[in-house]
Design a protein around this ligand. Structure first.
Ligand SMILES: [Zn+2]
Length: 127
């Protein structure tokens, strides 16, 4: 048997990270999970064309899912840092690079690594 290729590992990791963030924000419903699967399928093709981009897949999938959610559900993930003002979504930085993070451009802060949103929101709830 072949070992799992780096490409498949990158796709698995991206899927797990983005799902973790969706679960953290309680939007990991069946139809949302299918958005992740759609993105993974597209990015599989993309990374097969450009294997050097494997490290960028997590950030790209996060942005794909963010875009898809914006069309169907609304902004995701909402910024947990800014307590007042208009609710706004976090952005992924770098847009095309390794080690992607969620950032708030309004506050100018890195909120969490993609996949770690749950840990970042634990202490800063506005209920
Ligand atoms: Zn913010």
């Amino acid at each position: 048997m072949d070992p799992i290729s780096p490409l498949e590992q990158a796709l698995h990791a991206a899927r797990a990270l983005v799902l973790a963030d969706l679960v953290a924000r309680e939007v990991a419903e069946a139809d949302v999970v299918s958005l992740v699967e759609e993105s993974i399928a597209q990015r599989r093709w993309w990374v097969e064309q450009w294997p050097d981009g494997a490290a960028f897949v997590a950030g790209l999938v996060a942005q794909d899912v963010q875009d898809a959610l914006l069309e169907r559900y609304g902004r995701w993930p909402l910024c947990p840092v800014c307590g007042s003002g208009d609710p706004h979504a976090l952005d992924v930085e770098p847009e095309l690079g390794p080690d992607p993070h969620w950032v708030c451009h309004k506050a100018g802060v890195k909120v969490a690594a993609v996949g770690s949103l749950g840990a970042a929101t634990g202490g800063t709830v506005s209920s």
